[in-house]
Write a protein that binds this ligand. Structure first.
Ligand code: ZN
Length: 321
Protein backbone atom coordinates (compact mmCIF):
# COMPACT_ATOMS: atom_id res chain seq x y z
CA UNK A 1 0.00 0.00 0.00
CA UNK A 2 1.31 3.44 -0.88
CA UNK A 3 1.06 6.26 1.62
CA UNK A 4 1.50 9.78 0.30
CA UNK A 5 3.57 12.67 1.63
CA UNK A 6 2.96 16.37 1.01
CA UNK A 7 6.69 16.67 0.25
CA UNK A 8 9.90 17.76 1.94
CA UNK A 9 10.02 18.36 5.71
CA UNK A 10 13.67 19.40 6.19
CA UNK A 11 17.13 18.87 4.77
CA UNK A 12 20.14 18.31 7.05
CA UNK A 13 23.75 18.93 6.07
CA UNK A 14 27.18 19.09 7.67
CA UNK A 15 28.84 22.49 7.94
CA UNK A 16 32.23 23.67 9.18
CA UNK A 17 32.48 26.77 11.38
CA UNK A 18 29.16 27.38 13.22
CA UNK A 19 29.27 31.20 13.02
CA UNK A 20 30.07 31.21 9.31
CA UNK A 21 27.22 28.76 8.73
CA UNK A 22 24.65 30.71 10.75
CA UNK A 23 25.65 34.09 9.37
CA UNK A 24 25.25 32.87 5.78
CA UNK A 25 21.78 31.38 6.26
CA UNK A 26 20.50 34.24 8.45
CA UNK A 27 22.27 37.31 7.07
CA UNK A 28 22.69 36.41 3.40
CA UNK A 29 19.66 34.18 2.77
CA UNK A 30 17.46 35.86 5.38
CA UNK A 31 16.19 32.68 7.00
CA UNK A 32 15.23 32.75 10.67
CA UNK A 33 17.43 30.89 13.18
CA UNK A 34 14.47 28.89 14.50
CA UNK A 35 16.18 26.38 16.77
CA UNK A 36 19.58 26.01 18.41
CA UNK A 37 20.06 22.61 19.98
CA UNK A 38 22.57 19.75 19.87
CA UNK A 39 22.83 16.65 17.73
CA UNK A 40 21.04 14.12 19.95
CA UNK A 41 23.41 11.40 18.72
CA UNK A 42 26.57 13.51 19.27
CA UNK A 43 26.01 16.18 21.91
CA UNK A 44 29.40 17.84 21.31
CA UNK A 45 27.95 19.11 18.03
CA UNK A 46 25.35 21.82 17.62
CA UNK A 47 22.20 21.26 15.61
CA UNK A 48 21.05 24.48 13.95
CA UNK A 49 17.70 24.93 12.21
CA UNK A 50 17.07 27.79 9.78
CA UNK A 51 13.60 28.30 8.32
CA UNK A 52 10.74 30.68 7.77
CA UNK A 53 9.28 32.99 10.45
CA UNK A 54 7.72 30.07 12.34
CA UNK A 55 9.92 27.13 11.38
CA UNK A 56 7.14 25.66 9.25
CA UNK A 57 7.83 22.10 8.01
CA UNK A 58 8.99 22.35 4.41
CA UNK A 59 11.13 25.46 5.03
CA UNK A 60 13.89 24.20 7.34
CA UNK A 61 17.51 23.64 6.38
CA UNK A 62 19.31 22.16 9.38
CA UNK A 63 23.02 21.74 10.06
CA UNK A 64 25.52 19.88 12.18
CA UNK A 65 28.41 22.40 12.22
CA UNK A 66 31.46 20.23 12.87
CA UNK A 67 33.81 23.27 13.04
CA UNK A 68 36.65 23.58 10.52
CA UNK A 69 38.60 20.86 12.31
CA UNK A 70 36.08 18.26 11.13
CA UNK A 71 36.55 15.99 8.15
CA UNK A 72 35.55 17.42 4.80
CA UNK A 73 33.09 15.37 2.83
CA UNK A 74 33.31 14.49 -0.81
CA UNK A 75 30.40 14.90 -3.15
CA UNK A 76 29.45 11.77 -5.05
CA UNK A 77 26.79 9.20 -5.80
CA UNK A 78 24.13 8.76 -3.15
CA UNK A 79 24.04 12.40 -2.13
CA UNK A 80 21.89 15.47 -2.60
CA UNK A 81 23.50 17.63 -5.26
CA UNK A 82 21.40 20.73 -4.62
CA UNK A 83 18.64 21.91 -2.32
CA UNK A 84 16.30 24.42 -3.94
CA UNK A 85 14.15 27.10 -2.32
CA UNK A 86 11.19 28.76 -3.99
CA UNK A 87 11.18 32.48 -4.72
CA UNK A 88 8.59 34.63 -6.47
CA UNK A 89 9.34 35.17 -10.18
CA UNK A 90 9.58 38.92 -9.48
CA UNK A 91 12.35 38.30 -6.94
CA UNK A 92 14.87 36.88 -9.41
CA UNK A 93 16.79 40.11 -10.09
CA UNK A 94 16.78 41.00 -6.40
CA UNK A 95 18.50 37.73 -5.56
CA UNK A 96 21.03 37.89 -8.38
CA UNK A 97 22.05 41.36 -7.16
CA UNK A 98 22.06 40.39 -3.49
CA UNK A 99 24.14 37.26 -3.90
CA UNK A 100 26.63 38.84 -6.30
CA UNK A 101 27.03 41.92 -4.09
CA UNK A 102 27.94 39.56 -1.23
CA UNK A 103 30.56 37.78 -3.30
CA UNK A 104 28.53 34.64 -4.04
CA UNK A 105 29.06 33.22 -7.55
CA UNK A 106 25.68 32.66 -9.18
CA UNK A 107 24.86 30.60 -12.24
CA UNK A 108 21.56 31.25 -13.99
CA UNK A 109 19.71 28.69 -16.08
CA UNK A 110 16.26 27.55 -17.13
CA UNK A 111 14.83 24.19 -16.04
CA UNK A 112 11.36 22.90 -16.86
CA UNK A 113 10.36 26.44 -17.83
CA UNK A 114 11.51 28.07 -14.59
CA UNK A 115 14.53 30.28 -13.87
CA UNK A 116 17.10 28.71 -11.54
CA UNK A 117 19.90 30.47 -9.65
CA UNK A 118 22.57 28.00 -8.56
CA UNK A 119 25.28 28.78 -6.01
CA UNK A 120 27.06 27.25 -3.03
CA UNK A 121 27.07 28.06 0.65
CA UNK A 122 30.45 28.82 2.33
CA UNK A 123 31.08 25.10 2.91
CA UNK A 124 30.36 24.15 -0.71
CA UNK A 125 26.82 22.84 -0.21
CA UNK A 126 24.78 23.18 -3.43
CA UNK A 127 21.87 25.59 -3.23
CA UNK A 128 19.35 26.84 -5.75
CA UNK A 129 16.61 29.43 -5.88
CA UNK A 130 13.82 28.56 -8.28
CA UNK A 131 11.67 31.45 -9.49
CA UNK A 132 8.27 29.82 -9.72
CA UNK A 133 4.59 30.66 -9.77
CA UNK A 134 4.33 27.90 -7.14
CA UNK A 135 5.79 30.36 -4.61
CA UNK A 136 2.40 32.03 -4.39
CA UNK A 137 0.88 28.81 -3.01
CA UNK A 138 3.59 28.26 -0.39
CA UNK A 139 2.52 28.50 3.25
CA UNK A 140 5.88 29.86 4.45
CA UNK A 141 5.47 32.56 7.09
CA UNK A 142 7.44 35.77 6.59
CA UNK A 143 10.04 36.66 9.22
CA UNK A 144 9.63 40.28 10.28
CA UNK A 145 13.26 40.74 11.38
CA UNK A 146 14.76 39.27 8.21
CA UNK A 147 17.25 41.40 6.29
CA UNK A 148 15.21 40.40 3.21
CA UNK A 149 11.97 42.32 2.48
CA UNK A 150 8.94 40.05 2.92
CA UNK A 151 8.14 40.07 -0.82
CA UNK A 152 11.54 38.57 -1.64
CA UNK A 153 11.97 36.11 1.22
CA UNK A 154 12.51 32.41 0.50
CA UNK A 155 9.17 30.58 0.37
CA UNK A 156 10.22 27.16 1.59
CA UNK A 157 11.59 24.29 -0.45
CA UNK A 158 11.01 23.78 -4.14
CA UNK A 159 12.96 20.52 -4.47
CA UNK A 160 16.05 18.49 -3.81
CA UNK A 161 18.20 17.04 -6.60
CA UNK A 162 19.64 13.62 -5.79
CA UNK A 163 22.70 12.27 -7.63
CA UNK A 164 22.45 8.49 -7.90
CA UNK A 165 24.33 5.74 -9.80
CA UNK A 166 21.22 4.83 -11.83
CA UNK A 167 17.66 6.07 -11.91
CA UNK A 168 15.70 2.86 -11.46
CA UNK A 169 16.38 1.74 -7.86
CA UNK A 170 15.85 5.19 -6.36
CA UNK A 171 12.87 5.87 -8.60
CA UNK A 172 11.33 2.62 -7.42
CA UNK A 173 11.37 3.80 -3.78
CA UNK A 174 10.06 7.23 -4.76
CA UNK A 175 7.14 5.82 -6.73
CA UNK A 176 6.36 2.55 -4.94
CA UNK A 177 6.94 3.64 -1.34
CA UNK A 178 6.62 7.42 -1.26
CA UNK A 179 3.86 7.82 -3.85
CA UNK A 180 5.83 10.13 -6.18
CA UNK A 181 5.14 10.11 -9.90
CA UNK A 182 7.40 10.85 -12.85
CA UNK A 183 6.54 14.38 -13.93
CA UNK A 184 9.04 15.11 -16.68
CA UNK A 185 12.48 14.49 -18.12
CA UNK A 186 14.88 17.07 -19.50
CA UNK A 187 18.66 17.27 -20.01
CA UNK A 188 19.23 13.94 -18.26
CA UNK A 189 17.18 14.98 -15.25
CA UNK A 190 14.07 13.11 -14.16
CA UNK A 191 11.52 15.04 -12.15
CA UNK A 192 9.26 13.28 -9.64
CA UNK A 193 6.38 14.91 -7.86
CA UNK A 194 4.40 13.94 -4.77
CA UNK A 195 0.63 13.72 -4.83
CA UNK A 196 -1.07 17.05 -4.24
CA UNK A 197 1.51 19.19 -6.05
CA UNK A 198 2.35 21.14 -2.89
CA UNK A 199 5.38 23.41 -2.78
CA UNK A 200 8.35 21.22 -1.84
CA UNK A 201 6.83 18.18 -3.51
CA UNK A 202 9.53 17.84 -6.19
CA UNK A 203 12.45 15.41 -6.19
CA UNK A 204 14.80 15.52 -9.19
CA UNK A 205 17.10 12.62 -9.99
CA UNK A 206 20.32 12.87 -11.98
CA UNK A 207 22.66 9.99 -12.77
CA UNK A 208 26.34 10.32 -11.89
CA UNK A 209 29.48 8.32 -12.68
CA UNK A 210 31.13 9.56 -9.50
CA UNK A 211 32.09 7.14 -6.76
CA UNK A 212 29.89 6.91 -3.70
CA UNK A 213 30.11 10.29 -1.89
CA UNK A 214 31.80 10.60 1.48
CA UNK A 215 29.90 12.15 4.34
CA UNK A 216 31.54 15.19 5.92
CA UNK A 217 31.67 18.99 5.86
CA UNK A 218 30.03 20.37 2.74
CA UNK A 219 27.66 17.46 2.13
CA UNK A 220 24.00 16.77 2.82
CA UNK A 221 23.48 14.17 5.55
CA UNK A 222 19.82 13.30 4.90
CA UNK A 223 16.60 14.42 3.27
CA UNK A 224 13.40 14.39 5.33
CA UNK A 225 9.86 14.01 4.04
CA UNK A 226 6.72 15.14 5.84
CA UNK A 227 4.53 12.65 7.65
CA UNK A 228 1.12 13.92 8.68
CA UNK A 229 0.75 11.89 11.89
CA UNK A 230 2.11 8.94 13.88
CA UNK A 231 -0.43 6.50 12.42
CA UNK A 232 0.74 7.39 8.93
CA UNK A 233 4.31 6.87 10.12
CA UNK A 234 3.55 3.26 11.06
CA UNK A 235 2.15 2.74 7.58
CA UNK A 236 5.36 4.21 6.16
CA UNK A 237 7.43 1.72 8.16
CA UNK A 238 5.40 -1.11 6.66
CA UNK A 239 5.70 0.40 3.19
CA UNK A 240 9.52 0.53 3.39
CA UNK A 241 9.67 -3.02 4.77
CA UNK A 242 7.30 -4.34 2.11
CA UNK A 243 9.66 -2.85 -0.49
CA UNK A 244 12.60 -4.71 1.06
CA UNK A 245 14.15 -1.59 2.58
CA UNK A 246 15.69 -1.56 6.05
CA UNK A 247 13.86 1.01 8.17
CA UNK A 248 14.52 2.17 11.74
CA UNK A 249 12.18 2.18 14.70
CA UNK A 250 10.36 5.44 15.43
CA UNK A 251 12.85 7.83 17.06
CA UNK A 252 11.83 10.82 19.21
CA UNK A 253 13.56 13.90 17.80
CA UNK A 254 11.82 16.20 20.28
CA UNK A 255 10.34 18.45 17.55
CA UNK A 256 9.13 15.53 15.45
CA UNK A 257 9.03 11.74 15.43
CA UNK A 258 11.21 10.14 12.78
CA UNK A 259 12.02 6.95 10.96
CA UNK A 260 15.00 6.52 8.63
CA UNK A 261 15.69 4.37 5.61
CA UNK A 262 18.61 4.52 3.18
CA UNK A 263 17.29 4.24 -0.38
CA UNK A 264 19.19 1.90 -2.73
CA UNK A 265 20.95 4.81 -4.50
CA UNK A 266 22.60 5.70 -1.19
CA UNK A 267 20.61 8.72 0.05
CA UNK A 268 19.41 8.60 3.66
CA UNK A 269 15.68 9.34 3.77
CA UNK A 270 13.89 10.42 6.95
CA UNK A 271 10.14 10.55 7.47
CA UNK A 272 9.36 13.25 10.05
CA UNK A 273 6.03 14.19 11.61
CA UNK A 274 4.75 17.77 11.48
CA UNK A 275 4.01 17.69 15.22
CA UNK A 276 4.83 18.73 17.90
CA UNK A 277 6.96 21.31 16.06
CA UNK A 278 9.37 23.97 17.28
CA UNK A 279 6.97 25.75 19.62
CA UNK A 280 6.95 22.75 21.99
CA UNK A 281 9.71 24.39 24.09
CA UNK A 282 9.86 28.03 22.91
CA UNK A 283 7.20 30.53 21.89
CA UNK A 284 7.22 31.81 18.32
CA UNK A 285 8.80 35.05 19.52
CA UNK A 286 11.56 33.17 21.37
CA UNK A 287 12.45 30.67 18.62
CA UNK A 288 16.19 30.07 18.45
CA UNK A 289 17.06 32.49 21.25
CA UNK A 290 18.59 29.91 23.61
CA UNK A 291 20.18 26.47 23.56
CA UNK A 292 17.29 24.04 23.90
CA UNK A 293 17.79 20.44 25.02
CA UNK A 294 15.33 17.55 25.14
CA UNK A 295 14.24 16.43 28.63
CA UNK A 296 16.53 13.41 28.52
CA UNK A 297 19.62 15.64 28.10
CA UNK A 298 18.62 18.52 30.38
CA UNK A 299 20.41 17.08 33.43
CA UNK A 300 23.66 17.05 31.41
CA UNK A 301 23.28 20.68 30.30
CA UNK A 302 26.38 22.06 32.05
CA UNK A 303 28.62 19.37 30.61
CA UNK A 304 27.08 19.65 27.15
CA UNK A 305 27.51 23.44 27.07
CA UNK A 306 31.14 23.09 28.19
CA UNK A 307 31.96 20.81 25.26
CA UNK A 308 30.24 22.71 22.47
CA UNK A 309 32.45 24.71 20.09
CA UNK A 310 32.71 28.50 20.51
CA UNK A 311 29.67 30.20 19.05
CA UNK A 312 28.63 33.81 19.56
CA UNK A 313 24.89 33.73 18.97
CA UNK A 314 24.58 37.48 19.58
CA UNK A 315 26.80 38.26 16.60
CA UNK A 316 24.44 36.52 14.16
CA UNK A 317 22.32 39.12 12.42
CA UNK A 318 24.34 41.98 13.92
CA UNK A 319 26.08 42.73 10.63
CA UNK A 320 29.50 41.79 12.01
CA UNK A 321 30.07 39.12 9.37
ZN1 ZN B 1 16.47 15.06 10.08
Amino acid sequence: MTVTTPGLHHVTAIAGDPERNASFYVETLGLRFVKRTVNHDDTKTYHFYFGDGEGTPGTNFTFFPWTDRGRRGEFGAGQAQATAYLIEPDSLEYWVDRLESRGVDVEQSQRFGEAVLAFEDPDGIGLELVASEAAAAADAEPWDDSPIPADHQLRGFHSVTLAVPEFAPTASVLTNVLGYELDGESDGRRRYRAAGENPGSVIDLVETDLERGRMGIGTVHHVAFTVTDVEAQERWRDAFSDHGQHVTEVIDRKYFQSIYSREPGGVLFEMATTKPGFTVDESIDELGSRLTLPEWLENERAEIEAHLPPFDHESIGSGEH
